[in-house]
Design a protein around this ligand. Sequence first.
Ligand SMILES: [Fe+2]
Length: 298
Amino acid sequence: MKPPVAQLAYLSFGVSKLDDWERFAVEVLGLQISERFDDGFDLRLDSHQRRFRIRQSSADDLQLIGWQAADSDSFNALQKRLEKSGAQPQLASESLRQERGVERLLLFHDPAGIACELALGHQSAAEDFESTQVPGGFVGEELGLGHLVVTSRDQAKSEAFYQETLGFGFSDRIACEIYGFDVNLAFFHTNKRHHSLAVGGRLEKNIHHFLLEAQNMDEVGRAYDRCIKARLPIMNTLGRHPNDQMFSFYAMTPSGFQFEFGWGGRIIEPATHRPDAFDRISDWGHHPPIVLAPRRKS
Ligand SMILES: [Fe+2]
């Protein structure tokens, strides 16, 4: 049976520094502004009209996750499952549904209190995607916009919600200690992308990072160069993860949460995928800045 959620459709970020975000999104990440509003702008990375909603806010955090239902039967089934789970889903107002450009729209919260939307359909952009910085473009379309790692208040509750209520497939788990921190990450897929979501324990913000995946490896190196030139803090050097095999680096957004810029993420077959467990975050690389700092003489 195919997962009832087809893909990660859009994310909303509430940001305090709108001008910084525009420069960052367009000139560093290579995204394209699809529409401007009084309080922000929408961004695209493929044929979808909006993959990111960036809006003025003091939150500097993820404010909304948008999931796209596989079809109308899946939408109905998910609505029933959300009602049964106690999540109290609400159908969106007509004006909000139109604003999102979708056929149907359901609003709910995940167990950590993060606002989520389930959309049926999506709005396509009138013109082809064109990036000034990433000419080869991004891996998107039916694989969704990328992935994100979110907070949980109760890890078991969040994992059960995404797996049992929303019907995500369990990809694998990474549990280890790294630089004195205990890490326990559960990874979930909704399509052939190895994961669209990971639940990462109690975090300071709703989000730890979101990922953009370029079509070409050299785009990762070029994005790394752009971060250094823009003096964005690099949070993890180039490296490769053992589970999704993403070749990537991490840096800081202007809102104090991170992004991952990668290439070569693993494609899985959801029907036959067998979950695994890993005792390391990375096969190589992904070192934090503390490792790069000169050692002090004692
Ligand atoms: Fe990631």
